[in-house]
Design a protein around this ligand. Structure first.
Ligand code: SAH
Length: 219
């Protein structure tokens, strides 16, 4: 790997190792996930002025009023998906910086990700290309419509909070599938896990979270 991707100083391996130690303290235990998060250069997904903070366990601004998700949240949501089973085809709603997409791409066979803000999507595309992650398809659209063309999905991960679970996304879940989605408004959002089997559809509350709102239309 070249030095830009490998990182130096505040983006070095030692700094990343501290982030992983923090995730373990918070209860993340999936070893392959932790390895992928150690290896993935989160600093590439934020602007240069913020790169020294890229391995702190916090959300950071990425422009357009949006944020790159907090590492713990990325880890938690991904771990919930992995606990459910092997990930074949995943839909992500809210590509944002592309960081969560990059993590998923290394743990799933294929990732389809939609983003409503075009410049963010373009930036994410460049980062994912730099990391040579080729099992990712990106689309500029309102994720309220899901991505019908490739449905059904084994797993859906939503990175913005709607006030209720969109029916369209439920309809794009496969026969045995999982969706992780924050639901609620303002400061009262709860992460939800929806699991579907041949005979049941279960919705569980996981924990309080703080996401940007799920908004309609495209920019
Ligand atoms: N996981 C991303 C999170 C970005 S923030 C990261 O770590 O970078 C959530 C993203 O969801 C924002 O980029 C926002 O523009 C996008 N978003 C919000 N509502 C959306 C919708 N209806 N369809 C697609 N993307 C949406």
């Amino acid at each position: 790997m070249n030095q830009r991707i490998e990182g130096i100083g505040m983006t070095s391996r030692r700094t990343r190792e501290r982030m992983i130690a923090r995730l373990k303290e918070l209860g993340i235990s999936h070893s392959e996930l932790l390895r992928v998060m150690l290896e993935t250069p989160r600093h590439l997904f934020v602007e240069e002025a913020l790169q020294s903070r890229a391995y702190e366990d916090t959300a950071l601004p990425i422009g357009f009023n949006q944020t790159i998700s907090q590492p713990y949240i990325v880890a938690r949501m991904t771990e919930l998906l992995l606990e459910w089973g092997p990930l074949d085809k995943v839909l992500e709603v809210g590509t944002g910086s592309g960081y969560q997409t990059a993590i998923l791409a290394q743990l799933a066979k294929r990732v389809h990700s939609v983003e409503r803000i075009y410049p963010l999507q373009q930036r994410a595309r460049r980062c994912l290309q730099d990391l040579k992650l080729r099992n990712v398809r990106l689309k500029h659209s309102d994720g309220g419509w899901g991505w019908e063309e490739y449905a059904p999905y084994d797993a859906i991960l939503v990175a913005a909070a709607p006030s209720e679970i969109p029916e369209t996304l439920l309809a794009q879940m496969g026969r045995r599938s999982i969706m992780i989605i924050p639901v609620g408004q303002g400061r009262t959002q709860i992460l939800h896990r929806v699991t579907r089997t041949e005979v049941s559809l279960e919705v569980e509350e996981i924990e309080p979270v703080n996401f940007v709102p799920f908004l309609p239309g495209v920019l």
